[in-house]
Design a protein around this ligand. Structure first.
Ligand code: NAD
Length: 486
């Protein structure tokens, strides 16, 4: 990995403090950043370098997985940061930034490799990219790359427009679209789990898999994000990006040792073969809901409509569940049940694979016992892999009982999503970033749902805070059931 200058737009923001500084610090401590680290933080307010470094120190002390104790290393890390004022719309500021970047490149003998990280609101993305171009910041002898946060558009049309304007300055290979779910260690582990375990590989087909369930449930409500969330809803905020990315990662089939390009090609294949839902079929396959008041851990909490900043007649969804099918010989007729919501009973991101009873065997010991084999992949907050098997319960006259064989991964030593992603972007590996085609196909897939919502064709079910979502989401599964809703 060659050294580079890290140019951070939105350096005084929440994401920078909670995720980006701790990630850079941990990479630095682990010796993963080659050459001198040089970061230029940008924000609208005037902040001295000293005050900026104090903010970073505070962020490390609050959020870093490795302690930020006073040490020569910590000092070297903090001194790598300088601050510049930059108003996104002020072209002069970009010329000043270019001078700043060049000064530091010369001072530390850093080649003209520039990483531009846009940790600012999406309304600024186009303008920043255009100014990077017109100021000459993007004309480098080395590489230039762009890391961009979600949301990438609000629908298919706006996403295409945004992509066109970014492509005027950066090529697809230079754009690293963050979907932080792809940085999570257990998501990155999915592929290895499949191809390095012949036991699983052998069963990874519709003959043996009954259904796949992907859940990302949150316990929090809308919090301080009313302005954004009341327009976005669960479909745009979670489903179009994180949930469909999890589905792609789960469903793709890869030979061992695939290249990043092959991996992304397989993900695109999944999206290209995801059977579209037409607007008039949406209600058969998709359920949306909004949380009402309820109880969370013994405390009563307000319903969505009574949250600060939310319009009392809001029809926005805080929950969405869908049944999807993939048109591929491997997955034919295997439903993928996907759901996500706020104010649900537990905080959990999890994939459950329910296996079938494929053998029509009259001697089958398992006959009459309704407990299928399950593979449960816990992605967060805990990371674990569990296999549910049936065994004989000797105390119950040999009756079958399900047991769980669990491997618990994840300790405080495991790098966090942002560490993995920033490290990959710095070395130019785009495997765990969303390719434009994936984003475009995802928007395309959700368009009929967006339209059905806008045209008032979809009922909005309510669900009690602290529950697992509306009853309609249970009914969506027909004879199947969501596992672990207890
Ligand atoms: P934030 O509001 O806390 O910070 C925004 C930053 O942008 C600040 O540093 C501010 O100085 C800067 N800024 C605002 N207007 C500016 C202007 N005119 N010129 C220059 N700088 C300006 O936002 P955040 O929570 O840090 O989020 C940043 C981005 O990351 C957003 O795109 C958000 O959607 C995305 N995101 C955030 C999170 C999160 O957990 N916070 C998660 C996922 C995605």
């Amino acid at each position: 990995m060659e050294s580079s200058t890290f140019v951070l737009f939105g350096a005084t923001g929440d994401l920078a403090k909670r995720k980006i500084y701790p990630a850079l610090y941990n990479l630095f401590l682990d010796g993963q950043i080659s050459g001198p680290l040089s970061v230029i933080g940008l924000g609208r307010r005037e902040v001295s370098n000293e005050a900026f470094r104090k903010q970073i120190l505070q962020s490390l002390q609050t959020f870093s997985r490795q302690p930020a104790v006073d040490s020569p290393q910590l000092q070297v890390f903090l001194e790598a940061f300088e601050y510049s004022v930059l108003d996104v719309g002020n072209t002069e500021d970009y010329f000043k930034l270019l001078e700043h970047v060049k000064r530091r490149e010369q001072l530390f003998n850093i080649p003209e490799n520039r990483m531009f990280y846009l940790s600012v609101g999406p309304e600024f993305f186009k303008e920043i990219a255009a100014n990077i171009h017109s100021s000459g910041l993007g004309s480098t002898k080395g590489w230039k790359r762009l890391i961009i946060e979600k949301p990438f558009g609000t629908d298919l049309k706006s996403a295409r427009e945004l992509n066109d304007s970014l492509n005027a300055v950066f090529t697809e290979e230079e754009i690293f679209r963050i979907d932080h779910f792809l940085g999570k260690p257990m998501v990155q582990n999915l592929e290895v789990l499949k191809y390095s375990n012949p036991v699983l590989r052998a069963l990874w087909k519709n003959r043996y898999i009954a259904n796949v369930q992907i859940t990302a449930s949150e316990t929090v409500g809308v919090e301080e994000r009313a302005g954004y969330y009341d327009k976005a809803g669960a479909l745009r905020d979670m489903f179009q990006n994180h949930m469909l990315q999890l589905l792609m990662m789960m469903a793709m089939q890869l030979p061992k040792g695939s290249t990043p390009e092959e991996i992304r090609g397989k993900k695109r294949y999944v999206m290209e073969h995801l059977i579209p839902i037409s607007k008039d079929e949406v209600n058969k396959h998709v359920v949306r809901g909004q949380y009402a008041e309820g109880e969370m851990k013994g405390n009563s909490v307000a319903g969505y409509l009574n949250e600060p900043g939310i319009n009392q007649s809001s029809q926005n969804e805080t929950f969405i569940a869908a049944r999807l099918f993939i048109d591929d010989p491997l997955w034919n007729e295997v439903p993928f049940y996907v759901r996500t919501g706020k104010r649900m009973k537990e905080k959990s991101t999890r994939i459950v694979i329910e296996f079938k009873e494929p053998f029509n065997d009259s001697n089958n010991l398992n006959k009459g016992n309704d407990v299928p084999n399950l593979l449960i992949i816990e992605i967060g907050p805990n990371e674990a892999i569990t296999l549910q098997l049936n065994t004989k319960d000797q105390l119950q006259k040999g009756k079958l009982e399900p047991v769980l064989a669990t491997y618990e991964a994840g300790t405080s030593d495991v790098p966090e999503a942002y560490e993995n992603l920033i490290f990959d972007a710095l070395r130019g590996d785009a495997t765990f970033f969303a390719h434009w085609r994936e984003v475009e196909l995802s928007w395309q897939w959700v368009t009929p749902i967006q339209e059905a919502m806008e045209e008032g064709l979809m009922p909005l079910h309510t669900y009690a805070s602290g529950s697992y979502g509306p009853d309609a989401a249970m009914e969506l599964l027909g004879e199947d059931r969501w596992w672990f809703d207890e």
